[in-house]
Structures are given as structure tokens and as C-alpha cells.
Design a protein around this ligand. Structure first.
Ligand SMILES: [Zn+2]
Length: 287
């Protein structure tokens, strides 16, 4: 769907096998910026190119017009179709140095962060052509440009991208959705990144990978709610480990999930990884 003058959002459904015959329905957004050339922000999972290319054709554009993919980070649902799209279009790929290893070697990523169904979600490793850092400007042609913000926490090289022409901010997975699975490697960095984005004045549209586009007052409202959600999780973890007998990590997950009112299926190793980050902040390296 068209979101602003230049931006189109594409919702890509996928499933994660979280147990025997148990599939978790998820979705991820990829975004197209239409100028004289086309920029794709994140690619969705393996095979998502079919959805993206169909959308391009339906709106009178061609896949070959994609000349750059920006990967907000390396996780499977963001890079899954990158290899195929790069091969099909000859575009360049831009990402932060902190994500380079996991994008260029997905087997390494799978060993270090084994998401269930990893290899069905990712179409393969892909080389980055352009490493981007905080403050970098990416020219899209015709006077259109993007500014890069380093927003770590969800992962160490996560970036957000500001598109001033349409007053739109692409934040990848940097802003956890209240009531959804909170996923981060570094709690403190995650909070700082959301605060950094929240201090950016004049955002009209927020384009998060795991949320429908938000507009107007809802943009800053969501970022505030997200901060409160993370703080609540941190407080819950702190409460549950104050005793001498701290719960085992998956038991801690189950307790936090229950307190947050999330479905029991949310107590996954992914969430455990987030809570480990909270424990680290609490000085509980030994748990
Ligand atoms: Zn992610």
C-alpha cells in the first residue's frame, strides 16, 4: 500500500516453527521508496521477492529499477530475500558494519543466534557493497536522500533511516511493540536508541518492520509506550531475581510472559535472550 508520496509498505506474512506441528504466525514489513530509481528497505523472508516484484509490476514499476537495498539489520525476516533480489536486479546492498558478519555468512548467524526454521527463512548469504554509519547520507537521485541513525539494542548494528522529504522514519525492529515479543540483545542500548528516535522532531510517519505504519501523534505515543513496556519488563525481571533463589531462565521467561499477559507460547529462547540482556544490566552475569 502507498503510505506517503514516495513510500509503499509491503506486508509479508511468514511462519516460525516453534514446536512439533506448532507454527507461530508473524509478519514483517518491507518498504519501497519510489523515485527515478527505487530503494528497498529490508527484503522480508526468503521468497518474499515474489510479493515485492508483483507489487512493483502492479504499480507500474519494474524489479530492475531497484538499485539499492538497505538492510536495517541482519535478522532472517529482514535479509531473507536479499540474495535473490540482488542477483535478479544487480542492486547494491547497504548495512551497518555491526551486521556485516551475519549478513555475509548466514551459517555463522544461525550458529550464534539459532532462530527456529532459520534456513527456510533466509535465502542465503549476501555481500554488502556499502557500509553505513551514524550520520551517513544516502542519495536516491532527484534530490531525494536518506539519513542513517545507528540504533543498536535489538542488534548491535541496527539502523534507522530518516527520509526528510516525506517526514518518514524507518526504524526496523528498533522500537518494540507493546504487548508483542520484546527482542533485544542489549537492554540499555535499546532504551537509548528509542529515546534518540523519540527526540527527532517532525516525524509524520513511523515505519516499523513489525507494526502497521503510524502517523501523527501516534508516532511519539508508540515510542513512549515502547519505552514503558521495556521498563516494565526490566522491573519484572528485577522483582523475580531479588531472592537468593533466582528462577532458571526459561522459568523466568514463563513468569514474565504470564505477568505481561502474553500467550504462553511467547516463552521462547528468543525471549530468553532478551531477558538475559536484562539480567546483565542487573549485574546477574551468573544466571
Ligand atoms: Zn530483528
Amino acid at each position: 500500500m502507498q503510505v506517503t508520496e514516495h513510500i509503499h509498505a509491503i506486508k509479508i506474512p511468514f511462519q516460525i516453527p516453534i514446536g512439533p506441528q506448532l507454527l507461530l504466525d508473524r509478519f514483517v514489513y518491507a518498504f519501497l521508496i519510489y523515485g527515478s530509481r527505487i530503494c528497498l528497505i529490508d527484503t522480508g523472508v526468503n521468497s518474499a521477492e515474489t510479493i515485492i516484484f508483483d507489487y512493483l509490476r502492479k504499480t507500474g514499476r519494474r524489479p530492475e529499477e531497484i538499485d539499492m537495498i538497505i538492510l536495517t539489520h541482519s535478522h532472517p525476516d529482514h535479509i531473507g530475500a536479499a540474495r535473490f533480489i540482488k542477483e535478479a536486479t544487480g542492486c547494491i546492498i547497504a548495512a551497518h558494519p555491526g551486521e556485516k558478519n551475519w549478513i555475509e555468512d548466514v551459517d555463522l548467524q544461525c550458529r550464534e543466534r539459532p532462530v527456529p526454521g532459520f534456513h527456510s527463512l533466509v535465502g542465503g548469504s549476501v555481500d554488502i557493497n556499502h557500509l553505513v554509519e551514524e550520520g551517513d547520507i544516502l542519495e536516491l537521485g532527484d534530490g531525494l536522500s536518506l539519513e542513517v541513525f545507528h540504533t543498536p539494542g535489538h542488534s548491535k548494528g541496527s539502523i534507522s533511516v530518516w527520509f526528510p522529504t516525506d517526514k518518514a522514519l524507518f526504524c526496523g525492529d528498533a522500537v518494540p511493540l507493546p504487548g508483542d515479543l520484546p527482542i533485544y540483545d542489549d537492554y540499555e542500548a535499546s532504551v537509548s536508541s528509542i529515546m534518540k528516535l523519540k527526540s527527532l522532531a517532525g516525524i509524520h510517519t513511523l515505519l516499523s518492520a513489525w507494526d502497521d505504519p503510524r502517523e501523527g501523534d501516534n508516532v511519539y505515543q508508540l515510542m513512549g509506550d515502547s519505552l514503558s513496556f521495556l521498563q516494565r519488563i526490566h522491573e519484572l525481571v528485577a522483582q523475580k531475581v531479588t531472592n537468593d533463589t533466582a528462577p532458571e531462565i526459561m522459568e523466568l521467561c514463563r513468569q514474565v510472559v504470564l505477568s505481561l499477559g502474553l500467550p504462553a507460547s511467547a516463552a521462547t529462547p528468543m525471549l530468553a535472550r532478551s531477558l538475559q540482556a536484562n539480567l546483565k544490566e542487573l549485574g546477574r552475569y551468573d544466571i
